[in-house]
Design a protein around this ligand. Sequence first.
Ligand SMILES: [Fe+2]
Length: 191
Amino acid sequence: MSQVPITVDHVRDLLPEAGEIARKDLCDSVLDVWVRAWRSSAWQQLSDVPKSVDLPSSRTLTTHSRAVARMSAQMADTVTQLHGIAVDRDAVLAIALLHDVCKIHEFEPAPAGGGQWSTPGRRFQHGFLSAHWMLEAGMDDDLVHAVIAHTPHSSVVPQTQEAVIVHYADFADSDAQLLDAGQRLFCKRRP
Ligand SMILES: [Fe+2]
C-alpha cells in the first residue's frame, strides 16, 4: 500500500478518542506527537504498527491506544463518581493515547510483513521516546511521569491518580489480548 499523507487529520481519524480531550491545546499536542513520531519512522501506514511483535499483526498500536484511552476514561469517571477522588480526565486521555507512541520507532516493518524490533527498540527503554517527544512538545511533567511509569520495565512507581489509572488500563487491555492469543499474561510476569 502506498504512503498516505502524514497529517493531523489522518491521525485524528485513527484516534477518535483524542476528540474527547476538552482542552484544545492538550488535544493538539497529543496529535502533534503522533504525527512527529510517524513522520520520522519507517512506517508508511500508521495503522500497520503492531501493538506487540508477540501478538498477531491484526492487533495494532492505534487500536490498543484507543482501548486504553476508553478504559482509562471510564475508570476515571468511576473513581470520581463513586469515591469522590478528583481525576483529570483530559490528562488521563492524553496519557493513555501517548503511553505507547514510542512503539512507532521501537518496531519497524518486517520483510515478511508485520513488525519486528528496531535498533532503537532494542537499545532504548520502553517509554523513553514517548516521554522525550512529549517534553519536546512542551507537555507537563505530570503527563510525562505517567508515561514513564506505565511500563513494568520502569522502576518509577505511578505517583498520580492519572498515572495509576493508565497503568492498570494498559495491563487490562494487554492481558485481554495476550489471553486471547494464548500468551503469558503481564500480571503473572516477574522482572
Ligand atoms: Fe507500553
